[in-house]
Design a protein around this ligand. Structure first.
Ligand code: FVH
Length: 296
């Protein structure tokens, strides 16, 4: 049997603040790849399993920050980042913040870090903890902010998940992250409604699941057509199923929900927007016009 010999001296040391579900997965990935790791968590007990595997456990966030130049933060929210880093000297640090945030707050955080003498990279994680350190599962992180920081630490950042740099504007990682998450919740809403429709019948959820998976997969390809229409400004370009036809079919969706004793509350906001666009004369278009109705 061959053994992987990892020389820790050749690996960039990492400080990680936050050992929740995601932070712990990140820590394990860097440890497994041989990176010297220093961790801090508000609740010290969460660091114990890592300490047993040779991780440096700092007693305070300030001590962890002082240990290494590369500092990765993965905490619950912006407020916890404020609290954890309050009053800590960040001069000369490379701060990578993987805490989910808004574009505006990420930009403010970049300025905040700059004012404290640190380079800043914001990250939006497109993975759940079990995917981390498992390239076959396709985890990746959107990064934006300091390109120099990203390039310098690209290999280290690529250990837990793939890296996708989306621009120098520190808000762009959060923007991409939240755009994808928002699409995901729309998909979850549709799936919830579909399961609710069959709930009272003799249709096994396990039989519906693969049908949903393949149908959603087939329909997901429409995003490319939507992008083309948005870019050309012609929402009738390449239209397959026009809005007028689709709106005519919505009453069937609503009546079926009623017959099955299911609330249509997850569907009606979207159907109302389709009707509005039709009333404005968009009958020959695709569904792309709905996007314009959302802009305030
Ligand atoms: N888990 C997931 O599925 C998603 C996947 C996509 C990315 N998110 C984001 O990652 C951030 C961390 O998420 P997490 O899964 O690690 O979250 P928790 O398991 O709830 O752990 C939260 C950690 O934050 C610490 N913490 C909370 N408040 C404070 C505070 N005021 N000061 C210092 N630390 C704080 C908490 O510490 P403790 O409760 O153990 O003491 C945990 O370390 C997040 O932005 C997701 O949106 C995850």
């Amino acid at each position: 049997m061959t053994q992987n010999i990892v020389d820790p001296a050749s690996k960039t040391p990492v400080t990680l603040l936050g050992l929740g579900a995601m932070g712990t997965a990140l820590a394990r990935a860097w440890l497994a790849a041989g990176h010297p790791l220093t961790v801090w968590n508000r609740t010290p007990a969460r660091a114990e399993p890592l300490a047993a595997r040779g991780t440096g456990v700092a007693a305070t966030a300030a001590e962890a920050v002082a240990a290494n130049r590369l500092l990765v933060v993965c905490l619950l929210d912006d407020a916890s980042v404020d609290e954890a880093l309050d009053g800590i000297d960040l001069a000369g640090k490379d701060l990578v913040n993987l805490t989910t945030s808004t574009p505006g707050r990420a930009r403010a955080r970049a300025e905040w870090a700059r004012d404290r003498g640190a380079r800043y990279l914001d990250g939006g994680i497109m993975a759940v903890p079990p995917m981390i350190g498992t390239p076959a599962a396709g985890p990746y992180v959107f990064y934006s902010g300091s390109r120099e920081l990203f390039e310098e630490h690209r290999d280290t950042l690529a250990v837990p998940a793939g890296t996708t740099y989306v621009g120098a504007d520190a808000g762009f990682a959060a923007l991409h992250d939240v755009a994808l998450l928002s699409a995901m919740y729309g998909m979850f809403a549709g799936v919830a409604h579909a399961f609710a429709l069959v709930r009272k019948e003799s249709v096994a959820p396990a039989d519906l699941a693969p049908l949903l998976t393949s149908w959603i997969g087939a329909m997901a390809g429409s995003a490319a057509r939507t992008a083309e229409q948005l870019e050309s400004g012609d929402y009738t370009q390449g239209v397959v199923s026009n809005l007028a036809m689709q709106v005519a079919g919505t009453s069937t969706l609503l009546r079926t929900a009623e017959e099955q004793g299911v609330s249509a509350e997850l569907l009606t906001p979207y159907l109302a927007l389709m009707e509005r666009r039709l009333a404005e004369g968009g009958g020959a278009e695709d569904l792309t016009g709905v996007i314009d109705l959302l802009r305030r």
